[in-house]
Design a protein around this ligand. Structure first.
Ligand SMILES: CC(=O)N[C@H]1[C@@H](OP(=O)(O)OP(=O)(O)OC[C@H]2O[C@@H](n3ccc(=O)[nH]c3=O)[C@H](O)[C@@H]2O)O[C@H](CO)[C@@H](O)[C@@H]1O[C@H](C)C(=O)N[C@@H](C)C(=O)N[C@H](CCC(=O)O)C(=O)O
Ligand SMILES: Nc1ncnc2c1ncn2[C@@H]1O[C@H](COP(=O)(O)OP(=O)(O)OP(=O)(O)O)[C@@H](O)[C@H]1O
Length: 491
């Protein structure tokens, strides 16, 4: 494709070189540059992409898009831009022929509940025989093939590639998680969203966003990128703020909720350990829904999916069976073992709000004790300390006994991570033990458990690795649990 076509819409200064070049590929990582490619240099959190420009040229780059002044051979075209991440999204969309113009693109954002909602949406669309792809934490799913993603929301270049594959494969719809990082770091820029869904907002990722207002501001941007529908949780405090912000915009506002007045709402809710029954009420009718996951959080997540399918014209009886078809979601309230009242559950709760809600949902179904195994994944900044204190408080108040361990400690000091959490448990009169080695922590929980107890292993959910320092080591909680249970039985 000609460079002039690829840079359509981009604001830039020509530093040097020719714009009439044929371009074969784009890369934002020097190691992936190929002959006649564009290299977009990004100033990152860990590295400065500008430091790799000479490597990129050696690999075959004929065009450099840069935020900084650089000196390179005269034959190389250099375009200077204000924001390389935005420029990358712009050229990637053009390079792949603006694929989102040919997709019904649904974006979902919020602190918790995105992954399960995407799976509900996908299942309803499949029930309605509509082709749909999914992009999110569990990977990119297209025609039942799953590709693992490095991030919940991939980089713009990779994202636009996936979209173009969907168009090639004649997939009409795509449901994707749009994380606040992705919105903030321009990964979803130049994607045309038909619908956006907001689940909820509670403290998380404050290492990037600094405070809740900034975090909310990033999420809110998605709702200014839509053409058709903005679907918002009316029960959420920030959801209400978002409703005020977009209620007079062109895209139709659809609200959902349990407790607040909403377009799509749930009534007559009956709770069980392994499912919830409720009536969903829409402007044109009601139907009974069975969601095979427990508690209000999955009522809300399924309502979000229903609101999306309903506004896109899918009949209620297909919505009903679509939701019921989801039996489990990897790492989301996943029952790994149960025998009568004894249960071992793995859940991805990794925020204060998610942990509190998950433990509260379980309480009515526990005859013995709730034994919680958890760590807190957050850096050692002030915001990280707050997260550890918050999750420590929740553990003290909502579990009977906690085993505090590590959750992807990366390069952070394990003692600080453990101590700040246990201090909060002590302050809130909780009962605990600290075992930094996560495998030993899980084994210990199983060893000390009694017949009526529920063991909850929170934080890693579907993940199968643990990141310690710079090393990612295999870590399969399911296997560890089953081995520990087998050992306990044989003792
Ligand atoms: C903080 C953050 O978001 N970092 C993301 C970001 O990294 P970065 O831009 O800082 O990149 P960097 O590693 O400093 O490198 C800078 C540039 O130099 C380039 N480079 C580097 C080395 C080299 O030899 N040559 C070269 O060209 C890199 O490709 C890059 O373009 O861009 C990378 C893609 O290139 C992401 O993979 C990386 O995500 C890291 C792994 C991460 O942990 N991100 C998390 C915080 C995140 O994004 N999470 C959200 C939310 C999840 C949720 O829902 O809770 C997500 O969407 O996943
Ligand atoms: N609506 C909700 N409100 C609060 N907590 C929730 C909600 N839905 C799910 N959770 C909790 O959050 C955890 C993560 O859920 P889910 O994976 O759906 O969220 P997510 O938004 O995709 O998170 P991430 O982007 O980090 O993967 C669940 O395991 C559960 O403990």
């Amino acid at each position: 494709m000609l460079l002039t076509s690829i840079i359509q819409g981009m604001q830039f200064d020509i530093v040097q070189g020719d714009l009439n070049k044929d371009i074969k590929a784009i890369a934002y990582d020097s190691r992936n540059v190929t002959k006649d490619g564009i290299f977009v240099a990004i100033s990152g959190f860990q590295f400065d992409g500008h430091a790799f420009i000479h490597n990129a040229i050696k690999q075959g780059a004929s065009v450099i898009i840069s935020e900084k002044a650089i000196t390179v051979d005269k034959g190389i075209t250099v375009l200077k831009v204000a924001n390389s991440r935005n420029a990358l999204a712009n050229v990637s969309s053009n390079f792949y022929n603006n694929p989102t113009e040919n997709l019904n693109l649904i974006g979902i954002t919020g602190t918790n509940g995105k992954t399960s909602t995407t799976y509900f949406v996908k299942s309803i669309y499949e029930e309605a025989r509509k082709s749909i792809a999914l992009i999110g934490t569990l990977g990119t799913v297209m025609n039942n093939k799953v590709v693992k993603n490095k991030n919940t929301t991939p980089m713009s270049l990779d994202l636009q590639y996936f979209f173009s594959e969907m168009v090639t494969e004649k997939i009409d719809n795509c449901i994707m998680e749009a994380s606040s990082h992705a919105i903030s770091l321009q990964r979803v820029a130049y994607s045309k969203f038909n619908t956006a869904i907001f689940t909820n907002l509670s403290p998380d990722h404050l290492e990037l966003h600094k405070n809740m207002e900034e975090y909310f501001g990033e999420k809110a941007k998605l709702f200014k990128m839509t053409s058709d529908y903005n679907i918002i949780n009316a029960d959420d405090y920030y959801g209400q703020q978002l409703i005020e912000m977009v209620k007079n915009d062109n895209p139709k506002l659809i609200t959902y909720g349990i407790h607040s007045k909403a377009d799509i709402c749930a009534t007559d809710i009956h709770y069980a350990f392994d499912h919830t029954l409720y009536t969903v009420n829409t402007p044109t009718g009601s139907v009974r829904i069975k969601v095979n996951l427990p508690g209000d959080i999955y009522v809300l997540n399924s309502l979000a999916a229903i609101a999306c399918a309903y506004s896109n014209g899918i009949p209620l009886e297909l919505i009903q069976s679509g939701i019921n078809n989801i039996k489990t979601i990897q790492g989301r309230f996943e029952v790994i073992y149960e025998k009568d009242d004894f249960k071992v559950i793995v859940d991805f709760a990794h925020t204060e709000d998610a942990l509190q809600k998950t433990l509260s949902i379980m309480r009515p179904f526990v005859k013995g004790k709730i034994i919680l195994v958890f760590g807190v994944y957050a850096d050692t900044s002030e915001n990280g300390t707050e997260k550890r204190q918050g999750m420590g408080r929740v553990a003290a108040e909502f579990a009977d006994f906690s085993i505090v361990t590590l959750d992807n400690p990366k390069q952070h000091n394990p003692s600080i991570m453990i101590n700040e959490t246990t201090e909060a448990i002590i302050r809130n009169n909780g009962d605990f033990e600290a075992i930094p080695d996560r495998e030993k922590a899980i084994q210990h929980a199983i060893r000390i458990s009694k017949d009526n107890d529920m063991i909850v292993i929170a934080g890693k959910g579907h993940e199968t690795t643990q990141i310690i320092g710079d090393t990612e080591i295999p870590f399969n909680e399911k296997e560890i649990i089953l081995d520990a249970l087998a050992e306990k039985v044989s003792l």
